[in-house]
Design a protein around this ligand. Structure first.
Ligand code: KE4
Length: 426
């Protein structure tokens, strides 16, 4: 693997050499390995505001933001203080706490369609559990997802997925018995016909349709006009549970996520990232009649040792409190993202998709409206762009098929610096 080029990455290289003897690929999540951009990963030591610093002292303006949680910026003082204070009262009890109800109430009061919510530890767990609840509620087995959408790594959803799978060109994972995915139907994002065909064929057998209301794991692909309305209608007509996977868009596109942004009320919503404020916390919720199927109330089992962990919940409460108190954050981060979009478009080299503070630059001349058009991107060109940005102090996703995230901590000066670096690239 090429070493880091003009930057001093000696310590990162040493640490990577060591980590490769201890963990698969030297990382704890594949996309971090930088495989798609032909470099070895940088090991990060500290992060503050919109900046991260690696172990060799290189500093970057960060647009990964830990893949989304960092909407306030890294090490936000209010969140850190709240977490530090909470730690002295113990890290975990395995028993109910008032804080879980506080966070649950914040979610229920802001997220359309959520009447009851269950806190879990990761987006994967949230989507896996929501699907099980939908199956338990409907008594049906089939689920429908879209090519290029990623809903975590639970077996039944690792089919034609996005994120690290398309980054590593393995849309289907090994190790998943065929039987596990026999119940997973695949349609094309933004293609109503591909959905209608499946409902005509499987009519009242589809338990749930899971969708990223704004796809962000094949790069950012907005829903075409009327697409989400179409999904809402066809699922309603067929008694299928509509699950909005808002692990990325939840509290990102606004305080009510994509459901609020597009004015669609799903039957269930999964969330993660921002609601944990950077700590391992996710959630799934929905209509009472569905969520009441969940144990111990109902017969759908789901559990977790650290579910609702008081420290993670504290970080989540503080983060959502700040977002609820200063909704102007969303205008600010959207405006910053629009400046990046404008600079990228001005290069004439990329197709830019943006929704709010989520954006992607695709190295293709095509409009990017689904997995097939996203796949026309020149990933080598993206890799060159990635290295150029990195060597100029800008840290973006090490994959063409991920999003850029903008936080409230991104200063106007750093946005300007990023725009200048993009302009020089042209
Ligand atoms: P986690 O299990 O990684 O917390 O969440 C899974 C998940 C579910 N749904 C959506 C829409 C998601 O985007 C994700 C995870 N997102 C990726 C980034 N695209 C996580 C980064 C990684 O895998 O390292």
């Amino acid at each position: 693997m090429d070493k880091g080029r003009s930057m001093n990455t000696v310590k990162s290289e040493e640490l990577f050499k060591k980590s490769c003897t201890l963990m698969p690929g030297g990382v704890n999540s594949p996309v971090r390995a930088f495989n798609a951009v032909g470099r070895n990963p940088l090991f990060i030591k500290t992060a503050k505001g919109d900046r991260i610093k690696d172990v060799d002292g290189n500093e970057f303006i960060d647009y990964v933001c830990s893949w989304g949680p960092g909407i306030l910026g890294h090490a936000y003082p209010g969140v850190i203080e709240a977490v530090q204070k909470a730690c002295v009262d113990g890290l975990t009890y395995g028993a109910p706490t008032e804080k879980e109800s506080i966070l649950a109430e914040m979610i229920i009061s802001n997220v359309p369609g959520v009447e009851l919510v269950r806190l879990v530890n990761s987006g994967t767990e949230a989507v896996m559990s929501a699907v099980r609840a939908a199956r338990g509620y409907t008594g049906r087995d089939l689920i429908l997802k879209f090519t290029g959408c990623y809903h975590g790594h639970s077996d039944g959803l690792l089919v034609k997925s996005g994120s690290g799978l398309i980054t590593n060109s393995i849309p289907d994972s090994a190790g998943v018995p065929k039987g596990y995915t026999d119940c997973t139907l695949i349609a094309r994002y933004n293609d109503p016909e591909s959905v209608s065909e499946l409902f005509e064929k499987y009519k009242d057998k589809i338990a749930a349709l899971v969708v990223e209301p704004v796809a962000a794991n094949m790069g950012v692909v907005p829903p075409a006009k009327g697409f989400l309305e179409f999904l809402r209608k066809i699922t309603q007509e067929n008694g299928t549970v509509l699950i909005f996977d808002e692990v990325i868009t939840g509290f990102r596109l606004g305080i009510s996520g994509a459901a609020g942004y597009y004015g669609i009320t799903p039957d269930m919503v999964t969330m993660g990232k921002i609601i944990g404020g950077g700590m391992p916390l996710a959630a799934y919720g929905g209509k009472k009649e569905i969520m009441q199927k969940i144990s111990p109330l109902g017969s759908v089992y789901q559990a977790g040792t650290l579910s609702g962990n008081p420290i993670a919940v504290t970080a989540g409460i503080e983060t959502l409190r700040i977002l609820m108190e200063d909704k102007d954050i969303y205008r600010r981060i959207d405006e910053k993202a629009a400046k990046l979009e404008e600079a990228l478009n001005a290069t004439g080299k990329v197709t830019v998709n943006r929704v709010g503070s989520l954006l992607s630059a695709f190295f293709t001349g095509a409009d990017v409206v689904d997995y097939d058009s996203a796949s026309t991107s020149d990933t080598d060109a993206y890799a060159r762009y990635f290295s150029y940005m990195l060597e100029n102090g800008i840290y973006i996703a090490p994959s063409q098929y991920e999003a850029m995230f903008v936080s409230d901590a991104h200063s106007s000066e750093d946005i300007r610096k990023t725009v200048d670096v993009i302009k020089e690239y042209a």
